[in-house]
Write a protein that binds this ligand. Sequence first.
Ligand SMILES: *[C@@H]1O[C@H](CO)[C@@H](O)[C@H](O)[C@H]1NC(C)=O
Length: 288
Amino acid sequence: MMSVLQVYGMRVVCFTICIVIVFKCALYLIKPTSPQDSGSNRMIIVITPTYKRITRLADITRLANTLSQVENLHWIVIEDGESTIPNVQNILERSELLYTYVAHRTASGYPARGWYQRDMALKLIRTNPSQILGEHEGEAVIYFADDDNSYDLRLFEDYIRNVKKLGLWAVGLAGGAAVEAPNVVNKKVTSFNFKWKSKRRFAVDMAGFAINLDYILNSSAVFGTECKRGDGAPETCLLEDLGFDLNDIEPFGYEKEKNNEILVWHTKTSYSGMKVKEAEKFGYFVEP
Ligand SMILES: *[C@@H]1O[C@H](CO)[C@@H](O)[C@H](O)[C@H]1NC(C)=O
């Protein structure tokens, strides 16, 4: 038999649950819905290649914290390895983001990590866009976000979400410079400011552009195994092979004479290369 106190306790619990449900329903109903196909409704598809290393879980945790604050986003994470890693999967699961996490070990012939994984993500999107878009029926924009960069949240809402064709902006700490940025004259990109690999037609870091999904779906362009036109840097080859010219670029964040803000930095977490002995893990999960 239940005591009076137990019955009372159960009533309190049930009542609390009801209140929470009613509150959540109310929140859902009053949430403003954005009109279909307006810029604000575009889904952002983020492609992140990743691989086992001592700093990876720190980097992925930080990126998950950033991306989980962005609405209407699908995060495609490609593991460079034979299989996905449960600890990474757990971070993705807890982020409550829409995500796809698959493993593709770099095939032979690719010059560096990330190239093959980004191509595999493009293939995934092209072969089954509905798997990525889900119930989303509007436009989408693709952004390549490395797992160790630093991202201002405004990058997603103010820049990426508004890309109709090819959006491009400054990147901090890229190419051996404090900032790599486009030169903009009358709202058009005429050239680039950089220190490194000057031959590139699109002298832009991987973090410095986003592409409307339609242009990806209408093309079979990939990064591939080399980019001679980029002098080793892959970005310009993809953009050129997609058929883009400087005229197609929609530049963001350049408007002021000075003190324009940088919204993304090509950072790198150090400690990579450090070897950890089993006895130095003290019972904790440490990669690699
Ligand atoms: C993609 O191809 C379709 C069908 O040919 C065309 O209607 C559409 O305008 C193209 N989109 C872009 C962005 O090129």
